[in-house]
Write a protein that binds this ligand. Structure first.
Ligand SMILES: [Zn+2]
Ligand SMILES: [Zn+2]
Length: 336
């Protein structure tokens, strides 16, 4: 089978590999669509860790070809998507039900072989069956959707809340739709790219702003003098992290969702956090939310189709990872 193998920063190769064997608790999946994620680019550039000689690709959808002897819930021919994160079940965090913080966390497409290949092996516990009416393209977005769902759960949006989202990439645009479904009466999106701003409006944003040309703080104050009930940072940029704290109202929540650079710091005035009683929250991956993400996908309540702006073959992937991203690109997939 054709696979994209990671040999270290800047070094990936398309190779022909044996179709992997499964053990009794695993399934073999023929990959139909796989999302190309910011994390894959970070790995390629050496900014995020991955095992060498691993097949990358952690946002996977496909069809079951074979099931292990002990697998009861899945069968050959099932349409499935895969939660890439595998926890140990034995450490302090797993025992506390915080499996995403597991000390021995493994991930398909990062520490074990992923979906940038024609076939992949996954533990049956990580595989979710999806109804026939959903396309593989949309199914490849279940993993980012699940991460966003975890973030929204933590953000604590209440019906009637005024929400500001910084960034309208795939993540920002999913968070926008989930915020509306959580009851936000108004969601404002800040995004420098005009195509993405237009898409945000189509997907339900009540207003959009360009952070480079509009004075966002002033504009937010015009809409609501007190500031936003909930601010979600979905860029991963230190300037937007700083800004997200400024935009929240007294007693408001700030969800830091974007992945910031590892070595950058921002200045925070602790007195502000105290006096304004701000709640700053991080959100990391997707514990126990994939099933709900699948239900959301099946119901059609979140539009994922509109987010897919480019599709590639596996052979094109080394160039895609090496090239610069088009600013108006929202989500790229590998289609098999
Ligand atoms: Zn991802
Ligand atoms: Zn653990």
């Amino acid at each position: 089978m054709k696979s994209l193998v990671f040999y270290g920063p800047g070094n990936v190769k398309i190779e022909d590999k044996e179709i992997p064997k499964i053990d009794e608790n695993e399934v073999l999946v023929k990959v139909k669509a796989a999302g190309i994620c910011g994390t894959d680019r970070h790995i390629y550039r050496g900014e995020a860790p991955a095992r060498t000689q691993v097949i990358l690709g952690h946002e996977n959808a496909g069809e079951i070809i074979e099931t292990g002897r002990q697998v009861r819930s899945l069968k050959k021919g099932d349409k499935v998507c895969i939660d890439p994160n595998i926890f140990c079940g034995q450490c302090y965090y797993c025992h506390r039900g915080e499996v995403h913080l597991c000390k021995e966390l493994q991930a398909i497409g990062v520490t074990r072989n992923g979906g940038f290949a024609e076939y992949l092996v996954a533990p049956a516990t990580n595989v979710y069956k999806v109804k026939e009416n959903v396309s593989y393209k949309e199914m490849a977005l279940v993993e980012p959707l699940a991460c966003c769902l975890h973030g929204i759960d933590l953000a604590g949006i209440r019906p009637g809340d005024f929400v500001v989202i910084l960034g309208a990439g795939a993540i920002g645009l999913i968070l926008l739709q989930l915020a509306l479904h959580s009851g936000a009466s108004e969601v404002i999106v800040s995004e420098p790219n005009s195509k993405k701003r237009k898409l945000a409006l189509k997907l339900g944003a009540s207003k959009v702003f360009d952070p480079f040309n509009d004075n966002l703080e002033k504009e937010i104050k015009i809409i609501k003098r007190e500031g936003a009930d909930v601010v979600i940072e979905a860029v991963g940029n230190i300037h937007t992290f700083k800004q997200s704290i400024q935009l929240a109202r007294k007693g408001g929540s700030v969800l830091l969702f974007g992945v910031p650079p590892k070595d950058k710091v921002i200045e925070i005035n602790p007195f502000e956090i105290y006096k304004r009683e701000l709640k700053l929250k991080g959100a990391y991956i997707n514990p126990f939310v994939t099933d709900r993400a699948v239900r959301i996908l099946e119901s059609g309540m979140v539009n994922l189709k509109k987010l897919v702006t480019s599709q590639y073959t596996l052979e094109e992937l080394p160039n895609v990872l090496d090239g610069n991203l088009d600013e108006s690109n929202v989500k790229s997939l590998v289609i098999y």
